[in-house]
Design a protein around this ligand. Structure first.
Ligand code: UDX
Length: 436
């Protein structure tokens, strides 16, 4: 059992704190946001994440998990995880490092000799090297241990990640740091999860490279969707066939509206900015194209809407199903669905958006749109239906029932989530991205 502090209790930190308590560690979660801490203390995560409320209550009831705004509480811990955000900077593509720097600054006076600070935030390569000297001055050590969690699967991804990556310094200090992390992650290691030790820069790059690869895979299939549109081919069948080659793999080849969220878009942009600083911008120039292909899918969806409404969406009623950037999440950061809804509203459409979880967040960032609490309400009287986030309840919609609610039976499937045959049989005009 290790006494752990987690600095930053947003998505990553709250899940990490609760997950570490669930495997027997003593955990104190610290955040500067008093509202967030109060919510977590009442077992209410400030975001939707399956399984997390249960872990928060079990942890706090067992006495192994607590939350506070007082950084002084970190004194009691021997291992300190830095889990604050690195959002896209306001004035450029790079990551805003203010939260990481502030977290480490506030942590320094709390460190004892022999403590280990563990960075988990996604950072530009070179960050650990920059932060390490001040930590060593306190007699403590720094490790970089990137996370790969997906929203909606955050608990399982934290407890059973695909791999543990430790970025540690060379020599004895690094071995001691790795041994401490092995104690923290003993549960996962015993379950057979691989562990890889590297230098700081490599560990930092693993995370950015992985997200860049995933984004590239999605944009690759979406580029093929553009070719399918130009040639009359079907991207869903193409993806199926490509995926049967083990070297390619079927995962992350779902063509549609493309990627959004708090990670992939900002991570590829920050990677380009950092590569530029390092004089290696040519190496990741293709990511500019990955970003551009991704954003073009949103325009294509708006085009399809225009086409189906005889050239203009102005004054027409459009039902948008989905506001979150992906299903099983209430996160609307860089959400393709919400972006398309706003583009349509700017062209004068009467857009009504439904989402099972993300309405509160959507209302906050896009107050100009109309919202409906159920799909049925959004569909009523619609001239056009857009499926933009593939929640299970939207996939399972009955085309007959939906047809009875709308004014015109026209659907644009932005996620290739509906069965075209079923919808066409029910009298719908079915349009999708990358399909004839
Ligand atoms: C991602 C990475 O998967 C995770 O490892 C990393 O730690 C954080 O970033 P997340 O942002 O939660 O996780 O979402 P993910 O499930 O990867 O989906 C990202 C976006 O890509 C979503 O908007 C999703 O709709 C889209 N996507 C995904 C596709 O358009 N097609 C696909 O085939 C897969």
């Amino acid at each position: 059992m290790t006494v752990i502090s987690v600095i930053g209790c947003g998505y990553l930190g709250a899940v990490h704190a609760a997950a570490m308590a669930s495997i027997g560690h003593d955990v104190i979660g610290v955040d500067v946001d008093a509202e967030r801490i109060a919510a977590l203390a009442q077992y209410r995560p400030p975001f939707f994440e399956p399984g997390l409320p249960e872990l928060l209550s079990a942890g706090q009831e067992s006495g192994r998990l607590a939350f506070t705004t007082d950084i002084g509480a970190a004194r009691a811990a021997a291992v300190h995880f830095v889990c604050v955000g690195t959002p896209q900077a306001r004035n450029g593509l790079g990551a805003d490092m203010a939260f990481v720097d502030a977290a480490v600054d506030s942590l320094l006076p709390q460190l004892d000799t022999g403590d280990l600070v563990v960075g988990k935030s996604t950072v530009p390569v070179g960050t650990a090297e920059r932060l390490a000297p001040a930590i060593r001055e306190r007699g403590a050590e720094l490790a970089w241990n990137p996370e790969f969690l997906r929203e909606g699967h955050a608990v399982e991804d934290t407890l059973r990640p695909s791999r543990f990556v430790y970025g540690v310094p060379a020599g004895k200090a690094g071995q001691r740091a790795a041994a401490k992390l092995d104690e923290v992650y003993a549960d996962g290691l015993e379950a057979g999860i691989s562990r890889l030790t590297a230098d700081y820069a490599t560990a930092e790059l693993v995370k950015t490279a992985a997200n860049s690869f995933l984004a590239t895979k999605i944009s690759f299939i979406n580029a093929m969707a553009e070719l399918c549109e130009a040639s009359g081919a079907d991207v869903t069948v193409l993806a199926e066939a490509l995926g049967m080659d083990e070297r390619i793999g079927r995962a992350f080849l779902n063509a549609g509206l493309g990627f959004g969220g708090g990670c992939l878009p900002k991570d590829i942009r920050a990677f380009m900015a950092r590569a530029d600083e390092l004089g290696a911008d040519q190496a990741v120039g293709f990511l500019r194209e990955v970003d551009a292909i991704n954003l073009r899918r949103r325009e294509r969806t708006v085009d399809l809407a225009r086409q189906e409404l005889d050239g203009s969406v102005a004054g027409r009623r459009i039902a948008v199903l989905g506001a979150s950037f992906k299903p099983n999440s209430d996160d609307v950061r860089d959400s393709p669905a919400l972006d398309v809804a706003r583009m349509l509203a700017r062209e004068g459409a009467q857009v009504r958006v439904a989402d099972p979880q993300a309405l509160d967040n959507a209302r906050r960032v896009a107050p100009e749109l109309d919202y409906a609490t159920t799909a049925a309400e959004a569909l009523t009287g619609a001239d056009l239906v857009l499926l933009l986030t593939e929640w299970a309840e939207y996939r399972d919609l009955d085309p007959q029932d939906a047809g009875a609610a709308v004014a015109r039976r026209v659907v644009v499937d932005g996620r290739n989530a509906l069965d075209p045959h079923r919808w066409r049989s029910a009298g719908w005009t079915y349009r999708a991205l990358g399909r004839p």
